[in-house]
Structures are given as structure tokens and as C-alpha cells.
Design a protein around this ligand. Structure first.
Ligand code: A2P
Length: 339
């Protein structure tokens, strides 16, 4: 079997670490792996298949040495290194927002629009969608294909891991401070996240939506190749370490019952339905999703306020399916069909 030299940019971060773990779990055909980070990580090592590998400074790396790059070090870092790597023959799978809406760069969720990957050759870059959009569309695609969707209303409950390792520390320390009765401080988020909710993810745009909310709108249209679909999101940061949750209210083009939707979702790739009215028959981020690969769906019910309405509760590990796993799945498609 052919093997590939792979670079991980952002290898010391929350997503980069998980990318390395998932390459191991999925037994991806890696020949040599190169972990990269900033000069701050000088001398650090990461482990791949039990062996320590020295982290290199991205600044000095020659991307001609690798065929595949998994990038997750932030939008400005990708803006700098992805075109450079792509030019040297490394296909970049970019987990940042920087290239997602570029018309010549495919934005891929393998369960939803795997065929669009073929456009990657123009720029040698493939974009990995926003975490909240990925889990939403993995769960909605079977319904979209069966009866069409006119409108999506979604409220997200997004965990702090989506902001990176500094945010995980902030929630941990603030929680300790609050429980100890101490005054706490915030650096990563605009206000305290521990024992709180923040109805702001990323900065505000002039229309009152946040950038995160507009990512869900525009990325949904691009991934479904449906400029007409209406999407109305509110994105909320919650004091959960891993796993995003979404309360989703859709309006379909043709009536679908809750039972029909459940049957479709039972067969859907990457989806696990957890939906019983008895016991704790619904998914939650800490109990079900954290550390797992699936998108979990529960609370599937017909909207009592609208004849074409359906409600769902969608939960997934934002670092896995929302980022690292989706990127590795894209890499698998790439090597299966193109490299
Ligand atoms: P470093 O640890 O050296 O700062 P997270 O999203 O968990 O905060 O992680 C961000 C990742 O992106 C880390 O691996 C971080 O490396 C890396 N990173 C941030 N800025 C740069 C940069 N300018 N060049 C290379 N890597 C970077």
C-alpha cells in the first residue's frame, strides 16, 4: 500500500493533537509525520504510535517534503503557509475559516458532498467546514435529500475546546475560582464562561449576527450547493469542555413525520440516533459525544407550531467530527481517489 508523508501544522494545539491521534486510530497510510507549531513550542515533542517526534517551527519547514498537510493553527497562519505548501505540491486540508468561501476551493463533509473534492486541483487546497455546520449537515442531509429543506433555525451550544487550549484552561481555572469563592478573571472570552453562557462567538457584523453565525449560513449554502436555503442561527458558548449541541428547527418542502425522519437517520452514515422518551433517551455532549466520532441525534419531533416543521437535537464532538476526524476523512478520500 502506498504511504504518504504528512505535515500537521498546529500539532501542539487541541485539534492538531487529535489529528495525530485519529491518523493512528484510522490507520492512515503515513510514511513520515512532521509536527509543526510556532517558535513557542521549540523543543517540544508529540507522540505518534508511541514514539516521540520533535515539533518543528513552521517558519523553517520545507513543504516540498510532504504530500499532505493537515492545517489547524488559525486563519492567519493558514493564509501564510497554505499557498506556499500548495505550490510545493503538498495538498492542504485546512481546518481554518480562511479559504472556506473561496470559489475554487472545495468545502467538504465526506458524508454530504464527497464528490466536490475533485475541484481541489485548482489550488491544491481543500477546506474543512466550521464545526457547527459539519454536525448540522451530517444530520440534515438525509432529510434534505428526501423531502427538501426550505429553512433552518438553529441555536448552538458550543463547547470551549472550539476556541483552543487557552480556553480549556480558562474554563478550568474560572470554575475553580468560582467554587472557591474567589474573584475570577477572563482573558480568552469577553466575559466569564464558568457557570455562565455567552451569546457571542467571534465578533459582531453590522447586521447584528456574529461571524460564527454567518459561517453557518454561508457554509451551509456552499456545501449543499443551494443558494436558496434559508438559515437563521444563534451561536452560544457554553461551559462544556468538549462537544457542541444544537437545537434545530427545520421547515421542509414536503411534510415528513418524526418516525420517517428517525428511519432515515438510523440509516445515515456517521449518525447515531438516541431518541427514547423513557429514561435519558437523548444525547448530551459530555456523556455521549466527547471522545466519539459520531453525530448523535435525539428529541426528533414534529413542530406543533408549523405543518412542515421538524425539531431535532444534534450533538457531536467538535474537535473530532467538527475538525480533526473530518479532515482525516477528507485525507482518506484524497488518497483513495487522487493521490
Ligand atoms: P504553539 O503551541 O507553538 O503556539 P489551539 O487552537 O489549541 O490554541 O492551538 C493552536 C496551534 O496553532 C498550536 O499548535 C500553535 O502552536 C499553533 N500556532 C499558532 N500560531 C502559530 C504560528 N504563527 N505558526 C505556527 N503555528 C502556530
Amino acid at each position: 500500500m502506498k504511504k504518504y508523508d504528512v505535515v500537521i501544522l498546529g500539532a501542539t494545539g487541541v485539534v492538531g493533537q487529535t489529528m495525530i491521534k485519529i491518523l493512528e486510530e484510522e490507520d492512515f497510510p503515513v510514511n513520515k509525520i512532521y509536527p509543526l507549531a510556532s517558535a513557542r513550542s521549540h523543543g517540544e515533542t508529540v507522540f505518534y504510535k508511541g514514539k516521540p517526534i520533535l515539533v518543528e517551527d513552521a517558519e523553517n519547514f520545507d513543504f516540498a517534503k510532504v504530500q499532505i498537510g493537515l492545517f489547524s493553527a488559525g486563519a492567519s497562519v493558514s493564509a501564510k503557509y497554505a499557498p506556499l505548501a500548495a505550490q510545493k505540491g503538498c495538498v492542504v486540508i485546512d481546518n481554518t475559516s480562511h479559504f472556506r468561501m473561496h470559489q475554487d476551493i472545495p468545502l467538504i463533509i465526506p458524508e454530504v458532498n464527497a464528490n466536490d473534492i475533485k475541484q481541489y486541483k485548482k489550488e491544491n487546497i481543500i477546506a474543512n467546514p466550521n464545526c457547527a455546520a459539519i454536525q448540522l449537515l451530517v444530520a440534515l442531509k438525509p432529510i434534505y435529500d428526501a423531502v427538501g429543506i426550505r429553512r433552518i433555525n438553529v441555536v448552538t451550544y458550543q463547547s470551549v475546546s472550539g476556541t483552543g487550549k487557552a480556553a480549556l484552561k480558562e474554563l478550568f481555572h474560572q470554575s475553580q475560582d468560582v467554587l472557591a469563592g474567589k474573584v475570577t478573571s477572563n482573558e480568552v472570552y469577553p466575559i466569564q464562561i464558568a457557570f455562565n453562557l455567552i451569546p457571542q462567538i467571534d465578533s459582531f457584523e453590522p447586521n447584528g449576527y456574529t461571524k460564527e453565525e454567518l459561517k453557518i449560513v454561508y457554509e451551509t449554502k456552499k456545501i449543499l450547493n443551494d443558494p436558496e436555503i434559508l438559515v437563521n442561527p444563534t451561536a452560544v458558548r457554553v461551559p462544556v469542555f468538549y462537544g457542541h449541541s444544537e437545537a434545530v428547527h427545520i421547515e421542509t418542502k414536503v411534510k415528513i413525520t418524526a418516525d420517517e425522519a428517525k428511519q432515515l437517520l438510523h440509516k445515515a452514515p456517521g449518525v447515531i440516533v438516541k431518541d427514547n422518551l423513557q429514561g435519558n433517551g437523548y444525547p448530551s455532549p459530555a456523556i455521549d459525544a466527547a471522545g466519539k466520532n459520531a453525530v448523535y441525534v435525539g428529541r426528533i419531533r414534529e413542530d406543533i407550531s408549523h405543518p412542515l416543521g421538524l425539531n431535532l437535537w444534534i450533538v457531536s464532538d467538535n474537535i473530532r467530527k467538527g475538525a480533526a476526524l473530518n479532515s482525516v476523512q477528507i485525507a482518506k478520500l484524497l488518497v483513495r481517489e487522487y493521490l
